[in-house]
Ligand binder design. Structure first.
Ligand code: SF4
Length: 370
């Protein structure tokens, strides 16, 4: 025990604070493991205020695990569209299918089984086990690491396994303190990190741990937690083409692995360093369709991922020849198989039906003006 209060004292103060100051959120108060799971997955890398409308829409459309398991991937992506990190949606869907097939649609209460599901790591397994099943299992994410390391003045580096282990041991200690209410304790720790012990300008006067907090006493909360410098994000260039023919626009579906897996986008180059290289790749891709990208982009957008930034430029691509988009009027049709696999000519008014990553949706909204 390296915390400045006993675990029981620290847990009691925290729970008292949470009872008064915890926010009312759509997933709070529910012991339904499905709802807890969906909320925890949505909250990864995403702010609470962004998640709320998505969570409500998702639960309305897929109120139970069985509803989610029976849905098509397209439907799931459509409801998820705009929330980003789409791999979360596909893993949620895959896990629902596994639970439906192997567990009769019942969410397991065993943390080890929960941990085996796609998209669930130690943190999410701990959150579901404690919140939905009231098991004394810690859930340690960046928020919790920050709060505990400041409270205890812990100087070990949280980028190291040893540093993370030390924080997890303290979080486990709080859960074993005998105060009960593991679900509330997990949420109280998260809430303290979100509302009070924030990365910048922590609001120490409103903190239930202030009188015992080591970082506060040292007047340097923001120097905790100790961690290694983040690597700078790399910058990549991507070129996209707008091809319109007979009232249809060409969209391509991304492959099942990697960025924007299975989502629909404008035809796009691979990632390069430099605008010219990306444009050359787009030209190579579209020439068999009789389309030549113009040299000047009509729009560009910068999109930030966890580890990289893409500068996405959009080029109009007039079509001067190539195979026609043949199909019954108003239906999507395939674009010359072999040239662009998994691509469709889609009637313009059907664009909203196709799940797209947010920057592509933004760019495709410009299409009527092109
Ligand atoms: S007193 Fe300040 S630094 Fe310490 S745990 Fe509370 S908010 Fe964080």
């Amino acid at each position: 025990m390296t915390l400045p209060l006993t675990y029981a004292q620290a847990a009691e103060r925290l729970l008292d604070w949470y009872a008064v100051c915890g926010r009312t959120l759509p997933w709070r108060g529910s012991k339904d493991p499905y709802a807890v799971w969906v909320s925890e997955i949505m909250l990864q890398q995403t702010q609470v205020k962004t998640v709320i409308p998505y969570f409500e829409r998702f639960m309305k459309r897929f109120p139970t695990l069985t509803h989610l398991a029976r849905a098509s991937q397209e439907e799931v992506y459509r409801i998820w569209e705009g929330l980003g990190y789409y791999r979360r949606a596909s893993q949620l869907h895959e896990a629902a299918r596994i639970l439906s097939r192997d567990h009769a649609g019942i969410f397991p209460g065993d943390p080890a089984l929960i941990r085996q599901l796609p998209g669930i790591g130690d943190y999410t397994a701990g959150a579901i086990a404690s919140i939905a099943f009231d098991l004394p299992v810690a859930a340690v994410d960046g928020n919790v690491m920050r709060v505990i390391s400041r409270f205890g003045g812990l100087s070990s580096n949280i980028s190291s396994t040893a540093g993370r282990r030390e924080i997890s041991a303290e979080a486990d200690g709080l859960h074993r303190s005998g105060m009960g209410r593991p679900g509330d304790l997990t949420q109280a720790l998260m809430e303290l990190g979100a509302l009070v012990c924030t990365p910048k300008n922590p609001q120490c006067p409103g903190c239930p741990w202030q009188t015992a907090c080591m970082a506060y006493e040292l007047s340097c909360p923001e120097t905790f937690p100790v961690k290694s410098e983040k690597k700078a994000k790399t910058l990549g260039d991507v070129a996209c083409g707008v091809l319109i023919r007979e009232g249809r626009i060409l969209l391509c579906r991304r492959s099942a692995g990697g960025i924007w897996a299975n989502l629909w986008t404008l035809p796009m180059s691979n990632e390069f360093t430099g605008e010219a290289a990306a444009l050359k790749d787009l030209l190579h891709l579209l020439t068999p369709l009789g389309a030549i990208p113009s040299m000047i982009p009509i729009e560009q957008i910068r999109h930030t991922f966890t580890h990289k930034i893409w500068q996405i430029r959009v080029y109009p691509c007039p079509i001067t020849g190539g195979p026609a988009a043949e199909s019954a009027e108003g239906s999507p049709c395939e674009a010359s198989p072999g040239m662009l696999p998994d691509s469709l000519w889609i009637p313009l008014k059907q664009l909203p039906r196709y799940p797209m990553p947010a920057p592509m949706r933004k760019l495709s909204a410009l299409v009527p003006w092109l």
